[in-house]
Design a protein around this ligand. Structure first.
Ligand SMILES: Cc1ncc(COP(=O)(O)O)c(C=O)c1O
Length: 243
């Protein structure tokens, strides 16, 4: 990292910090903005929560939705990706025999949440096995779509895979989901997104084999979906089954 870039963080000069995926450091400008908000809150907590916060959150939703190419009304802030996954699962109505789809590259905690939800409902956790190494966009698309059935209610497709560092081609998968007969008119594809790090996925793990395109390309290709370009997880769901 150049010294100009390094100056944007409080990172120790002696350390080459590469792990922005798990515990990304926060830029100084963001820390300063957080401090300003905390000061504002402490000056008059009731005014902050009741008069200031709702409007500020709405403005932030508009700004983030514009950036990711999403719909502000369909965007909610969550503390982290795991909470977003748990929230979606908690609001899903499943019947015995329904299927939840993950891949063998899914982030462990989110996969476990899918497994528990399936177990409790008598549903089936289906895992699309995507070969690795030698993974290509075509093998990903083929493996995922082969695992979709008329019982598939929700798919968890990690954008940037945690165990293998691949970028999955969501811009190809989402239209394919939408085109499946079983999902057809009932499907609204939306992405729940949550950034877990800063910087682009390609620069985050440069030595890992990659496929697919960057988050920016996804945003261009899929105006109805929004993605933060790192650590993002997409959910594709059948809208009629959500509460
Ligand atoms: C693909 C993916 N999904 C979900 C998560 C969980 O993120 P969080 O710890 O912010 O809940 C991670 C974390 O690295 C991830 O890489």
């Amino acid at each position: 990292m150049t010294s100009a870039l390094r100056d944007l963080w409080n990172l120790d000069d002696e350390v080459a910090f590469l792990n922005h995926g798990s515990f990304g450091a926060t830029p100084k400008s963001v820390l300063a903005a957080q401090a300003r908000l905390r000061d504002q809150l402490e000056q008059e907590p009731v005014r902050f929560f009741e008069r200031y916060l709702p409007g500020a959150l709405a403005a932030a939703r508009e700004a983030v939705a514009a950036w990711v190419g999403g719909d502000p009304a369909g965007l909610a802030f969550v503390p982290n990706a795991s909470t977003g996954v748990a929230t979606v699962l908690a609001n899903l109505r499943l019947e015995p025999g329904d299927e939840l789809l993950v891949t063998n590259h899914a982030y462990g905690a989110c996969r476990n949440a899918f497994a528990l939800t399936a177990e409790r409902a008598g549903a089936v956790l289906v895992t699309a096995e995507i070969p690795f190494p030698g993974t290509t966009e075509d093998t990903i698309v083929a493996a995922v779509l082969a695992a979709v059935t008329s019982r598939t209610k929700l798919a968890l497709i990690d954008h940037v895979t945690s165990p293998t560092g691949l970028v999955f081609p969501l811009e190809r998968l989402l239209p394919e989901f939408a085109a499946r007969t079983c999902w057809s008119t009932r499907l609204t594809h939306r992405a729940c997104w949550q950034s877990t790090s800063t910087g682009s996925p390609r620069s985050a793990r440069p030595t890992t084999p990659r496929t697919g395109t960057s988050g920016r390309a996804h945003r261009r290709a899929l105006p109805s979906c929004g993605f933060v370009p790192t650590g993002a997880t997409a959910f594709i769901r059948s809208s009629s089954r959500m509460v």
